[in-house]
Design a protein around this ligand. Structure first.
Ligand SMILES: Cc1cc2nc3c(=O)[nH]c(=O)nc-3n(C[C@H](O)[C@H](O)[C@H](O)COP(=O)(O)O)c2cc1C
Length: 227
């Protein structure tokens, strides 16, 4: 494909697609994996995101073919730290997590040194994940963006070679859809949108979810710089 650059060119098909796109649970993926060329396209497309400071604060780890089974030994060992009493059957199940889809791509957010807020580096990694879903869809594959317990497990992270600057932004499960997903609720725009007039309070969507179960983290930590 030629390197093409465009901005602000109308495309009704893209709009219609974006307004109907959905993830697909790994439960509903079949075994057909993208080819190597298609994987290259997915990665290249995923990496085409806004990125403050051109830091490229993200990288990929691809688990294809038998590697999805081989990583199971790390998943198994890691799960033992989550639940030392886990039964052999449960450990087998956890070891097979990456086999739920024919292709698994991990998007890792890597904090770069510099003047740009870490929060912005994380956001760019999130954009990579979303672009990856869109690229997979455009090639006719479904995607599911998960993190699950292993993304936060120290054993799993260190055995894979991640260090303190790395955070798993997404483990992207990609495969052909065996069936199409149902819809899910979406926010009403007037619950989360304010046309600012300097008078009315901002509509923050605080009533859209079950807010009483959790504490709110201090969002200011995300303003830290990557120094
Ligand atoms: C960063 C991130 C992590 C997620 N991790 C999980 C997860 O571990 N388990 C899960 O069931 N869903 C997880 N989800 C939600 C799934 O991706 C879900 O399928 C998706 O939000 C469905 O929305 P969509 O159909 O509009 O894409 C995660 C979503 C994001 C953005």
């Amino acid at each position: 494909m030629s390197e093409k650059n465009c901005a602000g060119i109308a495309n009704a098909n893209v709009l219609e697609y974006l307004q109907s796109r959905r993830s697909l649970s790994v439960k509903y993926m079949n075994d057909v994996a993208p080819s190597r060329d298609e994987i290259d396209t997915i990665l290249k497309t995923a990496a085409r995101v806004p990125d403050h400071g051109k830091l490229m604060p993200w990288y990929f780890v691809v688990f294809d073919g038998d590697k999805r089974r081989e990583v199971g030994s790390i998943l198994r060992e890691a799960y033992k730290t989550e639940d030392p009493d886990a039964s052999p059957a449960k450990l087998d199940l956890e070891a097979e997590r990456f086999l739920r889809a024919p292709l698994v791509i991990m998007v890792v957010s890597r904090m770069r040194k510099g003047k740009h807020a870490l929060w912005e580096q994380f956001l760019s990694a999130g954009a990579v994940c979303q672009n990856m879903l869109l690229a997979a869809n455009a090639l006719g594959y479904a995607g599911n963006w998960l993190t699950e317990w292993y993304s936060y497990n120290d054993t799993f992270r260190s055995k894979l070679g991640l260090d303190g600057r790395d955070n798993i932004a997404g483990v992207m499960y990609i495969g052909k859809a065996a069936q199409q997903p149902e819809g899910r609720p979406r926010p009403e725009m007037d619950m989360i949108t304010t046309y600012w007039d300097g008078v009315q309070p901002l509509r923050k969507g605080d009533d859209l979810y079950d807010k009483d179960k959790f504490d709110v983290p201090d969002a200011r930590i995300f303003g830290l710089k990557g120094e």
